[in-house]
Design a protein around this ligand. Structure first.
Ligand code: PRP
Ligand code: URA
Length: 184
């Protein structure tokens, strides 16, 4: 990733680590929901998308049931971009199934302040009335600014605010790892 003036500090997860974390989360999703009847996955672009697809694949392998996967691009909903004014259109959003009465599992790579998730909740509420919304994050790095927590976490990583978590996935980045970068 193109983070300027960043020093790589440590690898948090390698390829196997990411795979194992997703396998565990897939099992936890099935257990918490007593199966996946009326469960749908929605990945937040960009890296929540391949993560949601991988979870769906694992759930199908474990449970033998297909779980619908949708995608949400919430950039225009972020409450720190209000200078742009109201935007009538969500770009590249695809949720081709009803969310009403479904348990929606939001999937993202990093949970930080919680602002992206708050915006995603707004976007989902605009689509219908889910039975419940749960959150899966590959990395929870702390520093929440809103009362939001994840139901499923790949790895909790205590960070300072000068650090950046960089999730790199084969599908987008050509390699598979999670690293911690130090800025400044
Ligand atoms: O909890 P938050 O403070 O909202 O941070 C988490 C979000 O930040 C990242 O996206 P970012 O906007 O950096 O874009 P990217 O996915 O292109 O890196 C990450 O993918 C999460 O969606
Ligand atoms: O460290 C961070 C914070 C937000 N989003 C990321 O991808 N990394």
């Amino acid at each position: 990733m193109g983070h300027l003036n960043c020093r790589e500090k440590a690898t948090i997860l390698d390829r196997d680590g990411i795979r194992r974390a997703l396998t565990r989360i897939a099992h936890e999703i099935i257990e918490k929901n007593q199966g996946v009847d009326r469960v749908v996955l929605i990945g937040i672009r960009r890296r929540g998308v391949p993560l949601a697809l991988r979870l769906a694949e694992k759930i199908e392998q474990i449970e033998g049931a297909e779980v619908p996967v949708g995608f949400l691009d919430i950039t225009l909903y972020r409450d720190d971009l209000t200078r742009l004014g109201p935007q009538p259109q969500l770009s590249r959003t695809e949720v081709p199934f009803p969310v009403t009465d479904q348990t929606v599992i939001l999937v993202d790579d990093v949970l930080y302040t919680g602002r992206t998730v708050r915006a995603a909740l707004d976007a989902i509420m605009d689509l219908g009335r889910p039975r419940a919304i749960q959150l899966a994050a590959l990395i929870d790095r702390g520093h929440r600014e809103l009362p939001i927590r994840a139901d499923y976490v790949g790895k909790n990583v205590p960070t300072s605010s000068r650090e950046i978590i960089s999730v790199q996935l084969e599908d987008i980045d050509g390699q598979e790892r999670v690293v911690i970068l130090e800025t400044g």
